[in-house]
Design a binder for this molecule. Structure first.
Ligand SMILES: [Mn+2]
Length: 358
């Protein structure tokens, strides 16, 4: 297992590479070229410059999160081929720069969604929270405004303003796209790009929808074991794999996380592990917690045990963390709580490893 840490670049992250390097066990960062508009090619020299900056700090850049997929591809519009061509060029450039894993998602219009970016817990820490009842009464535009105002001035990954301006038009277009159509559009996309990934040795890792159910009546398909199984079989290649995000999938308590890890990991299709804990209060209502099992709804020991048992040697990162100790950072992406999360996960891993060899 290779432990990595998400970093948003010099100009848009409160956390520095120097700090990341001092977290025990971390060997690399996960990053992206956040300023390149969705649908455009990532130039090789820009990728190499980012990689060099990271390597100059003693860390590796082998995982990209994310190269976002243009809405025309998700919608299956005739213009998608142009954007797929660009995506292919980006994959080639990433492969030439030595990138091994490419995380992406296939969520219509919205990326991850929360209804509160700074909910206060009794201990004074702040966490991101989600409540279906709030969403039900909300206009999508209101949600966008609330996300923007709660972001402390940092851009939120997946919430790029230039894309969201088009929101009304996109909602109209998605009226013709149900889950079945979205599966077909994903298949078309994968059939075009997987052969390039094979050639350039870049493993695709689709991130689950967050939360893993339909929001604002938009279709969502990366939601459960059955659908993930269908996705990896749309194109049956080891390069067509998953980002197994426990916090996203686990918001639906019907998703048995250790079982899914064993199933998809056993097939060699988990290329990237996002590990975090959330507290599910009831179906459709949850908030993020520390990584500790007793703080949330998941058994983190069983999750790490499942990864250990499948011999996981892919990339793992702590996912979101709480805002603690007065830190001011992008919601979910402070230094302190994610570093605590890593130490806890590595502690579990070491214990499992040593117990199994006794
Ligand atoms: Mn995740």
């Amino acid at each position: 297992m290779k432990v990595v840490f998400r970093w948003f670049g010099e100009n848009d992250d409160s956390v520095t590479l120097e700090q990341i390097r001092q977290i025990p066990g971390v060997t690399g960062v996960v990053s992206a070229l956040f300023d390149i508009p969705v649908g455009e090619v990532w130039p090789l020299e820009r990728i190499l410059a980012l990689k060099k900056k990271i390597e100059d700090h003693g860390l590796k850049l082998e995982v990209i999160e994310s190269v976002n997929v243009h809405e025309d591809i998700k919608l299956g519009l005739p213009t998608r081929d142009r954007y797929i061509e660009n995506y292919i060029e980006t994959i080639k450039n990433l492969g030439q720069a030595g990138i091994k894993v490419l995380c992406y998602n296939f969520m219509p219009v919205f990326d991850w969604i929360r209804t509160d970016l700074a909910m206060k817990l009794p201990d004074g820490s702040e966490v991101m929270a989600y409540d279906d009842n709030v969403i039900r009464d909300l206009d999508p535009i209101e949600l966008i405004n609330e996300m923007e105002s709660g972001s402390r001035g940092y851009s939120l990954p997946g919430w790029e303003p230039y894309r969201l301006k088009e929101i009304r038009r996109l909602f109209e277009l998605y009226k013709d796209v149900d889950e079945e159509k979205l599966f077909q559009n994903l298949k078309y996309f994968l059939e075009s790009i997987v052969p390039v990934c094979e050639k350039y040795d870049v493993k695709l890792a689709i991130h689950p929808d967050d939360p893993p159910w339909s929001v604002f009546k938009l279709p969502r398909i990366v939601t459960n074991k059955e659908n993930l199984d269908r996705i990896i079989n749309l194109v049956d290649s080891p390069y067509n794999g998953l980002t197994l995000c426990t916090g996203s999938l686990g918001a639906n308590l019907k998703n048995n996380l250790p079982e899914m890890i064993r199933y998809f990991g056993g097939k060699g299709r988990i290329h990237f592990a996002h590990i975090r804990n959330i507290k599910v209060e009831k179906q459709g209502v949850f908030y993020e917690t520390s990584h500790l099992s007793s703080d949330g709804s998941f058994d983190m020991f069983e999750i790490m045990k499942a990864y250990y048992d499948i011999g996981f040697d892919g990339y793992m990162r702590p996912d979101h963390g709480r805002m603690i100790w007065g830190e001011k950072a992008r919601p979910g992406y402070g230094l302190y709580d994610r570093a605590l999360g890593i130490m806890y996960l590595l502690g579990l891993w070491e214990a499992i490893d040593k117990m199994s060899k006794k």
